[in-house]
Write a protein that binds this ligand. Structure first.
Ligand SMILES: [Zn+2]
Length: 600
């Protein structure tokens, strides 16, 4: 094996050959040379002693292929050829017979193939590859049992690309006190740091719909877009060409500090260290995962992380820690405010849970106010007609737009729903520049765009049919963005305020992203398993949609200028025209219907 290309494997192999460790786990991305390491270990063991080896793979087919394609060719090597006999290549008994020893071949889910004989060395490759994880965990234990006779002279090497947290390789990582990550020195400042996805940067272009995402992915692969690494020491740009040089000078550092007593050690290596995968390639895979709405391959095969690391629900504790600032006051960094309102119906009467949030660069956000409105006028008063002072004084700000749930019922015929939808559309017609009706997309097949708009024919309960501009939201995608904003720690992007009380926190943490079965397939989705109310979570999703529509993250305009512009508009708004054009002013049409066209 060429350790010049994969220098990080040297210490892994050292641990497999030393007297201290009985168990070595390698959590790895797909293309980092893991299987080479396993082969090298087997070769070294075959060559250096006459003890039995057990090789375990996830199933019989991969076990047979592995022996044919890797073990047999390896035995042709000069130094090993002397152990080969005329019975060596006969795999019928699930074993490879050598002159001085036997390599037993077993697979997950077949206890017979792991017959109860004492083994000194065992390798379990791709532990997470079979579909049935309960069985594999048992298999790791079965293999450990085989090693008991040899005690601390035995050696178990397990390696795999992780799948889920409960999978054997991640469990092994968590169960080890000596968890090592590979730290590499910055070419500019020399600071050693593990390479993490969070610090990979690229020239972002428009990456809103599938077409743009795929274009960006192609541009990354062709070199038209650069990807680089943001050094955590000096924040200089580390180019792709410097990466492998850094890896050459890297060293393994245990996360929890050295533990000389531990006989188990675990290593983690992602594609960011791979000589075969560029940073641009990793980013391209990330973008493709977004198009497919499935990030599993990206997290598993490129980052070497279980995909659920990015599932779960926002934590009450996290949000509680974000309540440092007073409510009803805009932060100085705010460039705009938006509002979101979730429509509910009780006894035939609509009411709204609403939130108002401030937005700044990178979608940094703070909760300004939230509440419950029982009438249309009250909703206006609390959201788009409310003004909030800015920290330090001097001027006030007002939400630019409010996204209102259209009752989810444009196509439904239920009377309550129809009248609610009618009301929301009437509100939008009266103030098309500021009231935006939205409808979450609930189906399994997710829409192509995060936010799309189309004119649909709408028949109100009374009166003539009319065309309305319907805004569909990919609520799953928006919730992903929302939870990502909440998770961000460095810097914190999602701030609450003093008004975030227990009711608010309960709403905001009612949903979780999890694996759900739909028919015969599993999907990863946001669901409410707590049965708690989640209206403010939905309102926050609409509030975020509003921020996306006005490109709040791109705004450079100060709150002051924004307010002056609003003041100029207010006079105009005094005379609401009931039949104004339904197309809000900032929506510009290009050649085809493009929804929220925001290219400038
Ligand atoms: Zn640096």
């Amino acid at each position: 094996m060429d350790l010049n290309r994969t220098p990080y494997m040297r210490e892994v192999l050292d641990c497999l050959g030393d007297d201290r460790h009985t168990e070595v786990a390698l959590v790895k991305a797909a293309q980092v040379g893991g299987s080479e390491a396993a082969k090298t270990a087997i070769g070294a063991w075959v060559d250096s002693n006459a003890d039995s080896i057990l090789l375990v793979l996830p199933n019989q087919k991969t076990a047979e292929e592995h022996v044919e394609e890797r073990i047999f060719p390896m035995l042709k090597e000069k130094r090993l050829a002397r152990w080969v006999t005329n019975r060596t290549h006969d795999l019928r008994k699930g074993q490879v017979n050598l002159a001085h020893m036997t390599i037993y071949v077993g697979w997950s889910g077949s206890p017979q193939s792991l017959a109860s004989r004492a083994i000194k060395y065992a390798i379990f490759d791709e532990t997470d590859k079979s579909a049935d994880h309960g069985r594999e965990a048992n298999t790791v234990d079965l293999v450990r049992d085989r090693l008991l006779t040899y005690g601390d002279r035995s050696k178990l090497f397990i390696l795999s690309t992780p799948t889920v947290k409960g999978g054997p390789i991640w469990q092994s990582w968590l169960g080890t006190s000596d968890r090592r990550k590979f730290h590499v020195p910055c070419p500019h400042c020399g600071e050693f740091q593990p390479l993490e996805w969070e610090h990979v940067r690229w020239d972002r272009r428009d990456e809103e719909d599938s077409e743009e995402l795929l274009k960006a992915a192609d541009a990354l692969l062709s070199g038209a877009i650069d990807a680089w690494y943001d050094c955590q020491g000096c924040h200089e740009r580390i180019e792709e060409r410097a990466r492998l040089g850094m890896v050459q000078r890297g060293e393994w550092i245990s996360e929890l500090g050295d533990d000389p007593r531990s006989s188990r050690v675990a290593f983690h290596i992602s594609a960011l260290y791979s000589p075969w995968v560029t940073m641009a390639r990793t980013v391209a895979e990330f973008l493709r995962g977004r198009v497919a709405h499935d990030m599993r391959n990206f997290y598993n095969s490129f980052l070497g992380l279980p995909s659920e690391e990015y599932l779960g629900s926002p934590k009450v504790e996290t949000l509680k820690g974000r309540r440092r600032d007073p409510a009803f006051v805009c932060p100085r960094w705010a460039t705009s405010l938006t509002a979101g309102a979730d429509t509910q119906v009780k006894n035939g009467k609509p009411y709204w849970f609403w939130v108002v949030r401030a937005w700044g660069p990178n979608l940094k956000s703070r909760l300004i106010a939230w509440g419950k409105a029982h009438a249309e006028a009250e909703l206006y008063d609390c959201t788009i007609d409310a003004t909030y002072p800015v920290e330090g004084g001097g001027y006030t700000m007002r939400p630019l737009v409010v996204c209102v749930d259209s009752g989810g019922a444009v196509e439904l015929k239920g009377e309550d729903d129809a009248s609610t939808t009618d009301l929301v559309y009437r509100m939008a017609r009266n103030d098309p520049a500021r009231v935006i009706p939205v409808k979450g997309h609930g189906g399994v097949k997710r829409p192509d765009r995060l936010i799309s708009s189309a004119n649909v024919d709408y028949q109100p309960p009374q009166g003539a049919p009319s065309q309305v501009l319907l805004h569909r939201l990919d609520t799953q995608g928006l919730k992903d963005i929302l939870s990502k904003l909440i998770r961000a720690e460095d810097p914190i992007l999602w701030e609450e305020s003093a008004i975030a009380d227990d009711v608010y926190l309960s709403h905001m943490t009612a949903e979780e992203k999890t694996r759900v079965r739909v028919g015969r397939k599993f999907h990863v989705r946001w669901v409410n398993n707590t049965r708690r109310r989640n209206d403010l979570w939905d309102a926050s999703v609409y509030c975020l949609a509003a921020a996306k529509m006005i490109r709040a993250d791109d705004r450079r305009e100060s709150g002051k200028a924004h307010e002056e512009r609003l003041e100029a508009k207010t006079g105009e708004r005094q005379h609401r025209q009931p039949q104004r054009k339904t197309k809000p002013g900032w929506v510009r049409k290009h050649g085809r219907q493009r929804g929220w066209v925001s290219k400038r």
